[in-house]
Design a protein around this ligand. Sequence first.
Ligand code: RIB
Ligand code: CA
Length: 315
Amino acid sequence: MSAGSTMNVIMDVDTGVDDAMALAMAVASPEIDLVGVTTVAGNVSLVQATSNTLRVLDYLEASRIPVYRGMSRPLSRDHFDAVHFHGTDGLGGAPIPVSHRSQEPMTAPEFIVQTARESNGDLNLVCVGPLTNLAVALSLEPDLPRLVSRLVIMGGAFTVAGNATPWAEFNIAVDPEAARIVADSDLNATWIGLDVTHQTSLYRDEWDKITDDSGPAGTLVREVCRYSFTERGDQNMHLHDPLAVGVLLQPGLVTSEAGPVMVDTSLSSSAGMARLIRSEGGQNSAEVALSVRSTEFRSLFGGLLGVPIHDHESG
Ligand code: RIB
Ligand code: CA
């Protein structure tokens, strides 16, 4: 990417609290042209995720960005949500006005395929929810890997415990079959799992310092995190989805290992477990992030969103 040019990006989201902050980063970054946002059932229902995405983009004064509704349930399993963490509305009860615009008539997978064909290799995908939409898009267009420049996935727990089960991270646990289709494809994927996102937090004392004149992005962060910091008393908020956007912008934020990713699609308790099969390049070779420059990422996050970040031990 030459200086001054922008990256064409589609974000696939299940808007939720951290999805909202990731959207704010993409909207704020001068290096990203967010050509559209696709929604999927995950943290909350598809209808709620779509409504939340429209609300967040409007609140960020980005109503120009179209939203496309995707799959309302995983490929073959029952959907389970994460409202216990994100609140029943998925945005921590943030007082963000309801949007008066609707999603586009085209479905999310169709939009991904159409945009990829039109961009002819100049399209970047950031997937921060279950991978159902992307799996369907691959079925619609098997040539998608050739048409997509980069794919960054927030998903997996490769060397650490999961957060949906002891083995599986939520996005992969909700739809293991979709994740396996993506992992088995030739998409040039970078996987951002809990291995690194658990090292990148926003802390309560930083949240306390977000002022009223922080602008829409900073105020959005303050309002969507309020439930977690004040109702639940959390002392930090893992910036899972924002890190995926950070890695798209600055790939050097993480150190990765290459190899095929294996996803457990059994019906056992380890369903959704993702593992790196260490090898060099070759078929279905992905990059799995295993360490992160947390201070640099948090500085990027704070700089883009107007959130006061200061030194913390574990980043
Ligand atoms: O495990 C964290 C991931 O699951 C994040 O993308 C969060 O928004 C949920 O979708
Ligand atoms: Ca998400």
